[in-house]
Design a protein. Structure first.
Length: 118
């Protein structure tokens, strides 16, 4: 099982980035996907989530209206479009795949750094 994030980098305040997370080794379309972030000295927090078929999304209050999560199950990829970025969005961003049932399966990517600074 692999989750590989990409698309992070350095961006100025007010700028945009699109993160991608490609999954392999599991049935991607059966898993809910989410993005989380962790800033230095802080706990990891949920940023956005999307259901397995993509019909349901949820967002942290801090990113509502600025970030959009989406997925393409034909490409086994989940995206996070981040607009109007702020310095407080600086963090390592991780994607997560989870499937609930009699056994809960959860996988994490290695993370991608996003730095918002002028």
């Amino acid at each position: 099982v692999q989750l590989v994030e990409s698309g992070g980098g350095l961006v100025q305040p007010g700028g945009s980035l699109r993160l991608s997370c490609a999954g392999s080794g599991f049935t991607f379309s059966s898993y809910a996907m989410s993005w989380h972030r962790q800033a230095p000295g802080k706990e990891r927090e949920l940023v956005a989530g999307i259901s397995s078929a993509g019909g349901i999304t949820n967002y942290a209050d801090s990113v509502k209206g600025r970030f959009t999560i989406s997925r393409d199950n034909t490409k086994n990829t989940v995206y996070l479009q981040m607009n109007s970025l702020k310095p407080e969005d600086t963090a390592v961003y991780f994607c997560n795949a989870v499937r609930f049932g009699s056994i809960r399966y959860s996988y994490w990517g290695q993370g991608t750094q996003v730095t918002v600074s002028s």
